[in-house]
Design a protein. Structure first.
Length: 257
């Protein structure tokens, strides 16, 4: 059985780590390079670096920041934001990224998933899905793009299955309704996707405590848990999350005692 991963997420805007609620009212949360270094030292299994304004501002991800982050970060680094083609994939991988997260670009060009998977291997292709609740969709959730700003009229479950078929090696599933609220992950959403795809599903959006992370693994089948606010502001530590998981019988990677 694979170990459950605990992932620290760095949402980056204008070169700084930020955090808000539902991706708005952003507050500065520090220097991403230094934060990635510290998370790598204190036990994060992976770092997820999301340039949240790149797509809206129609620009590329900040390759220089990623390169500096990769130099000090000794755990796998996933990077997303403003990735539109195979050249972006190549440049990010050459900058030190281990995995590339694609969201809006994949929605508008689904072939990008297959192309990048064929070229670089599905292990480095992460399909990010920003989901909002919508009872008009068959599964009850709709795919959004541009950081949740644009609706697509695409059913989340259908899109997740298509993404896996096209070659995505992992799904980063964010509940936009829960994001930043610290009220817990959307268990219904996470379970819906995890039980219908065979690739790992990373639960994102709403983590408020280690118990939330245990719950989304045991009750919703998440393969990994991602959080930002509770780690950035010292509300909970990565170590406390891993201890809670271990106590609940979840297999994890090393943690300090």
């Amino acid at each position: 059985m694979l170990s459950t991963r605990v992932i620290a997420c760095l949402d980056v805007h204008n070169g700084r780590t930020v955090k808000g609620i539902n991706f708005i009212n952003l507050k500065d949360a520090g220097d991403p390079v230094e934060q990635a270094k510290q998370y790598s030292i204190i036990g994060a299994d992976e770092i997820c670096f999301l340039d949240i304004s790149a797509t809206n501002e129609k620009r590329k991800t900040m390759f220089d920041v990623i390169s500096k982050t990769a130099e000090v970060c000794f755990v796998p680094l996933t990077v997303g934001g403003g990735v539109n083609n195979l050249s972006d994939f190549r440049e990010l991988l050459n900058s030190g990224a281990d995995k590339i997260s694609i969201n809006s670009s994949a929605v508008y060009n689904p072939d990008l998933i297959r192309q990048s998977s064929d070229k670089f291997g599905n292990q480095c292709v992460v399909l990010a899905i920003d989901a909002i609740a919508n009872n008009e969709m068959p599964c009850g959730y709709e795919v959004t793009t541009h950081g949740g700003r644009k609706k697509t009229n695409i059913d989340v479950l259908k899109w997740a299955k298509q993404g896996e078929k096209n070659g995505a090696g992992e799904i980063l599933l964010t509940s936009m309704n829960s994001d930043g609220t610290k009220k817990g992950y959307d268990l219904k959403l996470t379970k819906l996707i995890s039980k219908n795809v065979s690739v790992p599903v990373i639960a994102s959006g709403g983590a408020g405590s280690p118990k939330d992370m245990v719950e989304v693994v045991l009750e919703a089948g998440a393969s990994a848990v991602l959080a930002a606010s509770i780690f950035h502001y010292g509300i909970h530590s990565i170590n406390s999350v891993k201890k809670e998981m271990l106590k609940s019988g979840i297999q994890i990677r090393d943690c300090e005692y």
